[in-house]
Design a protein around this ligand. Structure first.
Ligand code: M6R
Length: 615
């Protein structure tokens, strides 16, 4: 939601913090601000809009020189308009305590009223500012900054990551987390706090996970972690297995373009080490035993957005290969329902970031009903893996563009691996059948590469459609979630009306939308699925007869669709269940190019943030 950086060391803090913010800007870009401490003085600077506005302000009015302790924030607004006044950091009345925050403090109105009654003057509309004033009071009462933060945290309700500094304590930055991400970077004579490791990866690859309800005290010579009551807490250190180049654009104009191009490697990396030399799958890291998997009698998948679309595709694979009933739920709906779960239900939560609040809450809801929990996640050290019994990591590397691309393809690989592994341990497919499918899966990086090599006509098409008001997407079977994903990409990047439909549903209503010239993108299943294939060919004819401009994605050599396609996009022939790995890519390229043609920043679409850490 928001991006947070904290630094204590010997380098100029403003540079470390602003560079860190640049890597976290994908988390929110409504405003940016920094607080720096030098010679016992706390200085803040903040500006509405993207980070560039803050950079310009700092260039016009440089911060006090010599500060080696600081923090910064990039905001996705929840409480209060995205203006200078509501930008973080927020300070108390005396300007000696500064706070930045990610999340929502649910009892802020009561706290604010209480503070105002005691004579505090709050100047912003945010929930965050109350924290600065509460800290100020605790410090006035004699508490040191870490203890002051613990006391304040005990009074807060909701989800929050907080980082704070105080003029009277020139050696310490403190942080706290509840239901919102915060990681520690461990350097030599310097330490970092950040919403994610990309903010400090240029300085250190050694990181520390913080648990729920913990407060961290960051000094040059070390780090102390306690719970909110001040008891020492157990923490886990880990090494980040990617470097700074993974979090840079590497010559591309946008992160999204780089991430689309990285997909063959991301798919290969997610398969790496999981296929034994005998072709059997080994998913030991999953931490759920084969015996437990044999007891599972129902699977429920919970996720949001693009990850939900991966879940929809998983359903087809799990039912087909593992022969298990599988439901797929939007995490935000699941947690407010009364789902029927038991100890033999496996709930799989899919989340790139591992920090999506709706997904985390769904997992907790399932935990209360004793279900077994498995996470599919891309970010090591994030919250989801810690909340689940087991985890299967995707190895997409850092995904920075707001629109998910490579994470989606690797989520598909992860769900295929799980479905095939279930088939292997439960014996629903013979060993040689699993082996054959695993070999086909192992060939997918090459197929995705082939798709990427043929994308120029798709880009041309996208540019030609930049003036359209609406685009529809149709698919059947696993092509249906692909259609939903294509529509989501176009909505979030090009701000156009776009909708995905199950092609069979068209005649039940949506066909009324078809009018002369309306672009409709249709994902056609492989010819080998003859009934399904022929049904969708009929659907294409139906919409064409009503004037639609048909853009058809079909496998190489499928000549049967050519007569009904105004534009034909060919992708390599692969088995039906694996087809989303190749059919999604043209839709990503299409949305990215069309949005760019409209002059949009595809890495930072309006109103969005990469991880949605509030409900
Ligand atoms: O980090 P998560 O996978 O939990 O995020 C879920 C959605 O917020 C995310 O997929 C979102 O829909 C993307 N912006 C889509 O491109």
């Amino acid at each position: 939601m928001c991006g947070i950086v904290g630094y204590v060391g010997s380098k100029p803090a403003v540079d470390v913090v602003v560079d860190g913010l640049a890597r976290l800007e994908y988390r929110g870009y409504d405003s940016a601000g920094v607080a720096l401490l030098a010679d016992g003085e706390l200085a803040t600077a903040k500006r509405a809009g993207k980070l560039v506005n803050l950079r310009n302000a700092l260039a016009e009015e440089p911060p006090p020189a010599g500060s080696t302790l600081g923090m910064g924030h990039t905001r996705w607004a929840t409480h209060g308009a995205p203006n200078d006044r509501n930008a973080h950091p927020h300070t108390g009345c005396g300007g000696t305590v500064a706070v930045i925050h990610n999340g929502i403090i649910e009892n802020f109105a009561a706290l604010r009223a209480e503070l105002e009654e005691r004579g505090h003057e709050l100047v912003s509309d945010t929930d965050t500012e109350a924290v600065a004033h509460l800290l100020e009071e605790e410090i006035k009462d004699g508490a040191a900054l870490p203890e002051a933060l613990r006391r304040v945290c005990r009074r807060l309700e909701g989800a929050f990551t907080l980082v704070a500094m105080e003029a009277g304590d020139p050696d310490t930055v403190v942080g706290a987390r509840r239901n919102s991400p915060l990681v520690v970077g461990l350097g030599e004579g310097e330490n970092f706090l950040a919403s994610d490791v990309s903010a400090f990866i240029a300085h250190t690859r050694n990181a520390m996970e913080l648990g729920q309800d913990q407060v961290v005290e960051l000094r040059r010579d070390g780090v102390t972690v306690t719970d909110f009551d001040g008891k020492p807490a157990e923490v886990k250190e880990y090494h980040v297995d990617w470097d700074v180049s993974a979090a840079e654009k590497g010559g591309y104009d946008y992160f999204m373009l780089k991430e689309i191009a990285e997909q063959p490697r991301a798919v290969a990396d997610t398969l790496l080490g999981r296929i034994g030399t005998d072709g059997r799958l080994t998913l030991d890291e999953m931490r759920i035993t084969d015996e437990e998997l044999r007891e599972v009698d129902k699977i429920i998948i919970v996720a949001c957005g693009t990850s939900y679309h991966a879940g929809l595709i998983a359903k087809y694979a799990i039912e087909h290969w593992a022969g298990l009933p599988c439901e797929v739920e939007l995490a935000s709906e699941f947690r407010y329902r009364d789902p029927i779960l038991s100890r033999t239900t496996l709930v799989i939560a899919i989340s790139q970031s591992g920090e999506t609040m709706d997904a985390l809450m769904a997992v907790r809801h399932a935990r209360e009903q004793h279900a077994k929990l498995l996470g599919i996640c891309n970010v090591n050290g994030s919250t989801l893996p810690r909340e689940c019994d087991g985890v299967l990591y995707t190895h997409a590397g850092p995904e920075i563009a707001v629109a998910s691309t490579k994470a989606f393809l690797t989520q598909l690989v992860a769900v295929y691996l799980i479905a095939l592994y279930l088939a292997q341990v439960r014996g629903t497919k013979w060993g040689d059948e699993v082996f054959a499918m695993v070999q086909l899966l192992a060939a997918m990086p090459e197929k995705v590469e082939k798709v990427l090599e043929t994308m120029e006509p798709v880009r041309e098409l996208a540019r030609s459609l930049a003036g359209e008001k609406s685009v529809l997407f149709l698919g059947r079977h696993v092509g249906f979630p692909v259609a939903l994903e294509g529509a989501l990409k176009l909505k979030e990047l090009a701000y156009m009306h776009a909708e995905g439909f199950a092609a069979g549903e068209l005649k039940h209503g949506p066909i009324a939308l078809i009018e002369e010239g309306l672009p409709v993108i249709v994902v056609v299943p492989p010819r080998a699925r003859d009934v399904l294939h022929d049904k969708i060919v009929s659907n294409i004819q139906e919409i064409r007869a009503r004037g639609a401009r048909t853009i058809v994605i079909a496998e190489d050599g499928d000549t049967s669709v050519a007569p009904y396609a105004d534009t034909l996009i060919s992708v390599p022939a692969v088995p039906t269940l694996l087809q989303p790995l190749v059919t999604t890519v043209p839709l990503q390229v299409f949305a990215c190019e069309l949005a760019t043609a409209k002059g949009h920043d595809v890495d930072q679409p309006r109103n969005l943030a990469k991880s949605v850490t509030v409900e």
